[in-house]
Design a protein around this ligand. Sequence first.
Ligand SMILES: [Zn+2]
Ligand SMILES: [Zn+2]
Length: 275
Amino acid sequence: MLDHHVHTKRCRHAEGIEEDYILAAIRENLKVIGFNEHFPMSYLPRSIPVEEYAMDLEEFPEYIKEATRLREAYKEEITVKISTEVDYFEPAWKQIVEFLKPFLDQLDYIYGSVHVVDDWAVDDERFSNKWQDNDKDIIYGKYYKALIAMVRRGYFDVVGHLDLPKKFGHHPSAPMDGILDVLLDAIKENDMVIEVNTAGLRKPIREIYPSRTILENCFEKDIKITLGSDAHEPSHVGYEFNSTIEFLKEIGFEGIYTFNKRQKEFASFESMDGP
Ligand SMILES: [Zn+2]
Ligand SMILES: [Zn+2]
């Protein structure tokens, strides 16, 4: 079992330090734990409460340093991967690249995620009024357009929680097959990996990200997948992985991908002895 997506209290909205997550992962018999802390977000619009979503840029080196130290300290028991979840925001593209540059050679993979549409985060329940005031089709349309732009940059390794706007149960008036098809084709063309994220099972939608239909399309298109719990507390590590792997096998997937210094590596379900 491999969990590629855990946060720590460094992001200011999660609990526990890195070591707590490593110990939880060892208890769960995981073979890999990937720290995927939110990348500092100072480049986002001022209306976004970024100080509640991520650490400051000055703190980022300490995060890498601590994860690297623990990777060495626990190497006999578990493999530690180091990553960051970048909030893709098209107008700030140049800044994002500039900020990330010094850390690229220390990262095993980089997530590209979109949380912000216009000037609010679609997954922040404090802005749920925005869902009432806006046309859901327009929000979804802008969200997927931003994801397509992110993928086409050819810069990131993984697409995080692909259908995140469904978190609170808001859906478009009709399935967005057209734009989703463009998105999946772009992901395939850029050889990106889609994250199967079990956090949705803990949210009001009670469903994995992305949906079964989208995952079936991924399988048809031979798109690679990876797995993450999006843990914001140590007890979330490996959340619902056993049932999720069964679900993925049902669709036809034979394994997931992990990463080593930005290189993909296949890990078959067969090779994973579950806890
Ligand atoms: Zn978070
Ligand atoms: Zn996220």
